[in-house]
Each structure stands twice: as structure tokens, then as C-alpha cells.
Design a protein around this ligand. Sequence first.
Ligand code: PLP
Length: 405
Amino acid sequence: MIDNHAIRAEFPLLAQTEKGLPLVYLDNASTSQKPQQVIDAIEHYYRAENANVHRGVYGLSERATEAFEGVRGQVQGLLNAASSKEIIFVRGATEGINLVASSWGRSSLQLGDQIIVSEMEHHSNLVPWQLLVADLGIEIVKWPIDELGQLHLSDLAGLLNEKTRLVAVTHMSNALGTINPIADIIALAHQHGAKVLVDAAQSVSHMPIDVQALDVDFLVFSGHKMYGPTGIGCLYAKQALLEQMPPYMGGGDMIYQVSFAGTSFNELPYKFEAGTPNIAGVIGLGAAIRFIERVGFDTIAAIEEDLLAYATAKLSKINGLRIIGEAAHKGGVISFVFDQAHPHDIATLIDQDAIALRASHHCAMPIMQKYGLPATLRASFGVYNNRADVDRLCVALEEALAMLA
Ligand SMILES: Cc1ncc(COP(=O)(O)O)c(C=O)c1O
């Protein structure tokens, strides 16, 4: 067990009370809290550096541009991308996937092509592909999960064929906690000539990612799940793919030359960044990356692995509690249900004890369908959670069950 007291103290919201009690925040898979460093960076930008980027020749705008582009370099470093041209700022993982589906999908997929989508995807990595089905006549092929919530490479091998153009898979499931063997998935897909899109929304703040070592084609994540602000995220894509892909949106910044006769487009990455970007969000994302790098992935993993093991053991002892998602390789997410109570009733009751726990389908309805459930309760850990949070959760669950009985 690691003492993360000092890390927790960096998050001002966690010091406040809810219903007169210290808050236990266990909904980190949904969004994480923000450290002072991130809040300060955004405030500093608005107080001292606010100007539009890429446009002004005056000092203030140059400083804003430098700060903004500096974060692109930080993301490049975080992912070990070969070039900062491969980092596209978007609103979040959802927009990143929609960008790929609209731009790459519409320009390179055709009738009869197949996209393999895992059964554990968040809706944001299924619905954008479904939107292409009617227009392009492509087919979506489900890569099923087993009872423990795991994907098997042997199943993928059976699904891949000459029509497969893409495998869309999450690095870590937000609803089950399963961590997928993305290196092996990418290698196998590439053997069959298929590209791979990895949804790293849940993994990027918990484990190192090296896009070059993985040889991944597309990868997306959101800032707000990694201690950064909402409304900002990134798409990584290989430069050769981005060069071929048409613009996703038109407007300022993404152009080189415009006339009524026609328009030529800006170079990468700006070709995909139409309009004034979320500058403050990017600055905040940069501070979040600095926070993660300062804490370090070894410490983050040690804290979250300890909590996962501790919580799994403790929750398992509660009468009638069933864990959904028991993969051999899991991150800090535990979904569970009770035979005797509905998830929403439990979550509402434990809210009275200042415990923030998600009860939902977690935007992964196909997973709920697989297990025949309307919803699950989900505890998901961040770097500031501790065993005392788990203890309070378990006491509150027991009390809620007693009340419902
Ligand atoms: C695995 C996964 N993918 C994608 C998303 C979508 O992220 P956003 O809503 O930030 O675009 C989420 C959000 O919960 C997620 O957990």
C-alpha cells in the first residue's frame, strides 16, 4: 500500500464535503478530478496569455501559440509519436473516433468492407461505424467477449479476412475493467492487412503507451479522464494515413489558400483543426500530462493495483454481490450487481453517505445485453483514492442493503 496522501491533497475538490461528510469519489472512469496544477494553468492562460493562436503577429498571440503548440509536443512525448504532426487536437475520444470514421471511413471504405468491433466497446467506438453502414454498405462484425469479459485472439483470427479493413478495440474497458492485449491485436490485424483503432480513453492515465512500438494506426483519448479539462482530447494517427485523409471540417486554420474557385488545405496537423481550438483546454491538458509524468506510471500502477485487489477482495465478501468482469488482466474498475437490489437504488442510497458511484449501462449497452443486465454499479479508481474510500464504500453498501431488505 502506497501513501498517496500528498497526491490527494493536490485535488481541491476532494477536500470539500458532501452532505456534511468527506466525499468519496469513485467515478473516475467517467471523469477524474483536477489537480491544482491544472486549475492554475487554465487560470493563468485566461489571466495572462489569452489570445487566439496561429493568427497574431503580436507578442501575446505568439506566447499563446507557443504554449498551445508546446502541449502538442508533450502529447507526442507521452505517446512516443514519431512526429507532432500526428497529434490532432479534438474535443475528446468521441470526436477523435468520429473524425476517423468520417474522414478515413468515408474516403477509403466501400461496399462489402468489414469493420471488426469488440463487444466491449463504449458506444463511441461502435455508433460512428454504424453511421457508415447505410451510406457505404459496409458490415460491422462483432468480436465477442467471454463470460469473464475477455477478448480472445483466436476468435479475432477467425473473424479477420480479406474484407476486414479495420479492428476497433478499446485498450481498457470502462464497464468491465478488462485490459486488452493491444500489441498482439495490432500485430494480428496487420498480418491480415487491417488497420487498428485503439480507444485509449480509459488507459492513457493509467499506463504508458508507445504508439511506435505498438505500430497502432489510430489512437484516441480524452483529457478529462486523465486529470485534465473537459472538451479536449487527442487523435493520434500515422502521418501517412493523415496525409491521405480528407479534412473532417472546413473553416479557419485548416486552409492554405481560399477562393471561390477552390480551396487548398493546410499541412498537418492543422488540416484537421478547423476553427479556433479549445486553447485553454489544451493548456490544461499540458498541465495534466505534467502531473501524470511527475507522479509517474509506476506509482499510479502501484496505487491502482493495490486498490483493485483490496476492493475486489472486500466487495466479494458482501452477501449477494456479484462482480461483472473478471478478466485476468484488469485496471482499476469494478462493476458489480446485487441479486436483491437494483443498481440505481443502491447508488441513490449511498449518495446519502457522500459516496459518488456510477450506476448505469456505462455507455456500453452491448455489454449489459451480453450479461442480461439493465445496469451495473461501478467503482473506478484514480490516483488519489485510498483503502479508506473502499472501506467507506463497503460500509455504505451494507447499510443500503439492510435498508432495502
Ligand atoms: C472506453 C471509453 N471510450 C470512449 C469514451 C468517450 O469519451 P468522451 O465522452 O470523453 O469522448 C469513454 C467515456 O466514458 C470511454 O470510457
